[in-house]
Design a protein around this ligand. Structure first.
Ligand SMILES: Nc1nc2c(ncn2[C@@H]2O[C@H](COP(=O)(O)OP(=O)(O)OP(=O)(O)O)[C@@H](O)[C@H]2O)c(=O)[nH]1
Ligand SMILES: [Mg+2]
Length: 465
């Protein structure tokens, strides 16, 4: 990729958030960016040195604002093109006047969403995985997400995948050598064995990377917790207690919740999405049955099920359909206030559950809480945060963050498995396996034909990014 600007049109946009603010930043990128500074300010500042300037209308000369101006000649700019940055007072009228003035300059046009980042990619300033990291960084809501996205935007994943790609290229070269020297027995054979050695080592590393419990994806998309249980045990009350607001309707009537209600929490830097669901029971009308069906679907796809029960609830454990998910289920006894049990563990051995006091003992791993008084809820939050952090990681090690990457890495691993397994005498075909594996990795960073995903990736950005 060249360091020369590759696009002709000069584009501009408000790069800070729209609306009233202390400062607003307007970015101009393209061959005319320098000219814009020449006509809109008394003097273009030195490259990368902030200059206080009156910003004036290019045609009428009217002063529009006084702000800070920055000049980044190519290729040392975000986009790799000439870039001018205007830091304005963040009033709506100021921003509107400056954008209108820029629109008046012939050859300039408003940027499309993600167009600055797209130009940065086209000019080789960032690769595709970094662009995705940048979009994630802009969307990051929690510490863990921020850390992970910053690493990715900084190229941590890209360099890992690049290092794999380079060793595969070495293995490819050795395989090609084996083809060239196939008449010379030993030499060819030795090259091919060396290639196999590289592939074996790499495949182990790739399998380890794939087998990460989806931590990077969980951290990026959120750890999904589903509150499920019989009707009226207090699932919606618990959701509201976790959210610290009345997100869901609570009533003493069984079967209140039908639609799934979600709240997003930040637990120790991990984004956690908690869903309140319809209570599970046999009876109920068609609408409620549909609600129950949705609960089961949602619960089986969740990262964690919080099975809520209550002293009067005859069904203390999850139903048949959810038994397989026991290792992802946390048992919670709500309404502990009714039986004089807070979160202490001392007297739990004596506690019998069930309306008829049939003598069901409180399981050891069941947390007792009261959504009504708040007792035990902070312990529950701590437990949830601990589990979420364990499953999502803190964003400090490079992990697969997107399905797109996972698919390509799986494809790569598939080609390497074929390479190791299939007939070693068909060297041409084995060389082709490696080429395909190299291409799969190359598609992650965008080194290899990725036209089809580019629009998708850059459409995630808003205007000005
Ligand atoms: N004493 C006591 N009552 C509670 C507690 N939590 C909830 N309740 C009451 O239990 C009733 C049912 O609460 P909800 O939160 O609507 O229960 P739900 O599980 O969402 O019910 P459905 O949506 O119908 O499945 C309401 O009258 C709540 O006030 C608690 O910890 N202690
Ligand atoms: Mg409810």
């Amino acid at each position: 990729m060249s360091s020369e600007p590759s696009h002709k049109a000069t584009i501009f946009a408000l790069s800070s958030a729209p609306g009233r603010a202390g400062v607003a930043i307007v970015r101009v990128s393209g061959p005319q960016a320098g000219m814009v500074l020449n006509v809109m300010t008394p003097q273009r500042p030195k490259p990368r040195v902030a200059g206080g300037r009156v910003i004036k209308h290019p045609r009428t000369g009217e002063a529009l604002d006084r702000g800070i101006v920055l000049w980044f000649p190519h290729p040392n700019s975000f986009t790799g093109e000439d870039v001018a940055e205007l830091q304005l007072h963040g009033g709506r009228a100021v921003v509107a006047a400056v954008l209108a003035a820029l629109g008046d300059v012939p050859g300039l046009r408003m940027a499309e969403p993600g167009e600055f980042a797209r130009r940065a990619f086209d000019n080789g300033k960032i690769d595709l995985a970094q662009a995705e990291g940048l979009a994630d960084l802009i969307d990051a809501e929690t510490e863990g997400q921020r850390r992970q996205a910053l690493r990715q935007a900084g190229g941590a994943l890209s360099s890992l995948y690049e290092s794999w790609r380079r060793s595969l290229i070495d293995a490819s070269a050795l395989t090609e050598a084996a083809i060239d020297f196939s008449d010379e027995g030993d030499v060819g054979e030795r090259s091919f064995q060396q290639a196999r050695g590289i592939v074996e080592t790499l495949l182990a590393a790739i399998r380890h990377h794939l087998d990460d419990g989806h931590r990077g994806e969980i951290l990026r998309d959120g750890f999904h917790v589903v509150l499920a249980g019989a009707p009226n045990v207090g699932k919606s009350s618990l959701l509201n207690a976790l959210a610290r607001r009345d997100a869901a309707i609570v009533s003493e009537e069984a079967g209140t919740t039908r639609d799934i209600i979600e709240v997003r929490l930040d637990l120790g830097g991990v984004p956690v999405v908690v869903s309140d669901t319809a209570g599970i029971r046999e009876a109920g009308g068609a609408v409620e049955r549909e609600g129950i069906r949705r609960t089961l679907v949602r619960a089986s796809g969740a990262d964690l099920i919080v099975w809520v029960t209550a002293p009067e609830d005859p069904q203390h454990t999850p139903p048949e359909e959810l038994r397989d998910l026991a290792d992802r289920t946390l048992l919670v006894l709500n309404k502990a206030d009714l039986v004089g049990l807070l979160s202490g563990r001392e007297d739990r051995g004596q506690l019998s559950l069930g309306v008829d006091n049939a003598g069901v003992l409180l399981p050891d791993d069941m947390l007792a809480i009261s959504a009504k008084t708040g007792a035990g809820t902070s312990e529950l939050v701590e437990r949830l945060a601990g589990i979420a952090l364990e499953r999502a990681g803190s964003g400090e090690e490079p992990a697969i963050t997107q399905v797109r990457h996972r698919r390509l890495i799986e494809a790569c691993a598939g080609h390497l498995e074929t390479f190791l397994r299939d007939d070693p005498n068909m060297l041409e075909v084995r060389a082709e396996d490696l080429r395909a594996a190299v291409a799969s990795l190359g598609r992650i960073t965008g080194r290899v034909d990725v036209e089809d995903v580019l629009d998708q990736v850059f459409a995630r950005f808003c205007i000005g990014k």
